[in-house]
Design a protein around this ligand. Structure first.
Ligand SMILES: Cc1cc2nc3c(=O)[nH]c(=O)nc-3n(C[C@H](O)[C@H](O)[C@H](O)COP(=O)(O)O)c2cc1C
Length: 190
């Protein structure tokens, strides 16, 4: 069982990175065979072009690092995303990645037949960090991911929402650290 972590922040060692590491540690603790973190900022992932070629072939026409990431999503038991709030929304890196999920769906937003066996039971979770003290500032990010999960009947593991501003400040937030760890445990617990 492999648990995949997707980091949407370009700040390595930053708050969402720290929480994602905690989640992956939780997954290991719960018995995951392996965990892997993908740092989107180190990948070349363009936005979706809405060319609809994938609707016929199940293959994205945009050739970049998303093909490799897509394969890892397919093979993962669960995918945990972690992203800071940038201007009341997700980061550009995370948005480009999420838009490229289009490849998984047919014209009616059902799973493409070739992906259905691996995607139907997929579990996804989310971690958000915002600078504002009110963690609900990240609601738009949660809405994006949870709506995607609801629409496609993915298993929604829940969202950990935390607040911190400076790099690494989140390490002082014991509750958020524990919640992220528990999210990872849940992701790896059948
Ligand atoms: C370009 C940019 C835009 C931001 N916009 C917001 C915002 O709209 N609301 C907010 O609460 N925090 C905002 N922040 C603060 C970050 O969400 C906060 O510093 C967070 O801890 C960064 O997480 P990281 O360390 O994982 O990168 C912004 C930060 C940057 C760099």
């Amino acid at each position: 069982m492999n648990i995949l972590g997707i980091l949407g922040s370009p700040r390595i060692g930053g708050n969402s990175d720290v929480l994602l590491s905690q989640a992956l540690a939780g997954a290991k603790d719960a018995g995951a065979d392996s965990v892997e973190k993908i740092i989107l900022d180190r990948k070349h992932i363009s936005g979706c072009k809405d060319c609809k070629k994938c609707k016929k072939t199940g293959i994205c026409a945009v050739k970049d690092d998303m093909q490799e990431v897509q394969k890892k999503i397919l093979d993962a038991y669960a995918v945990i995303h972690s992203c800071p709030v940038y201007f009341w929304s997700m980061t550009a890196q995370m948005k480009a990645y999420l838009d490229r999920w289009c490849v998984f769906f047919d014209e009616e937003w059902r799973w493409q037949k070739i992906y259905y066996p691996k995607m139907r039971a997929k579990r996804i979770g989310l971690i958000t960090v915002c600078g504002e003290p009110n963690v609900q500032t990240a609601d738009p990010i949660v809405h994006s991911f949870k709506s995607t999960a609801d629409l496609t009947k993915l298993t929604w593991l829940g969202a950990v929402m935390a607040s911190a501003t400076n790099k690494g400040d989140i390490t002082n937030n014991e509750a958020a650290i524990k919640e992220a760890f528990e999210l990872g445990r849940k992701a790896a617990t059948p």
